[in-house]
Design a protein around this ligand. Sequence first.
Ligand SMILES: [Zn+2]
Length: 125
Amino acid sequence: MKRGTKLYSILKLKCPRCQIGNLFNNPGLFVFSRILEMPDKCSSCKQNFKMEPGFYTAALWISYPMVVLIFIPLLILGFSLHSLNGFFTIIYPFIILFSFMLQIPLMRISRAILLNMTIDYTTNR
Ligand SMILES: [Zn+2]
């Protein structure tokens, strides 16, 4: 993936301005500790990540449509397979497990999307 695109910054969880510094103290999509702990400023370009109090509350409005887009088709699939007895007992535990697995990556990606909506990539710092 090429640096300089917003997709790079979002999926790699990098600073939207320089795309070098990490957005989270514990980098990576699948982590189990310090999930939403972010540095105050970018380690590379000193971009402020604590924009204003309650800034990341808006990330809820980004993660919600992502969850709807992912899980509505799965639920429809589950309901359509309801008539097949075995699938009903298999697909719903899978959906619940899948939702727990995606919880942390979706929270982190929605914060990265929110920051990328407000901060642009720049090469002159
Ligand atoms: Zn930066």
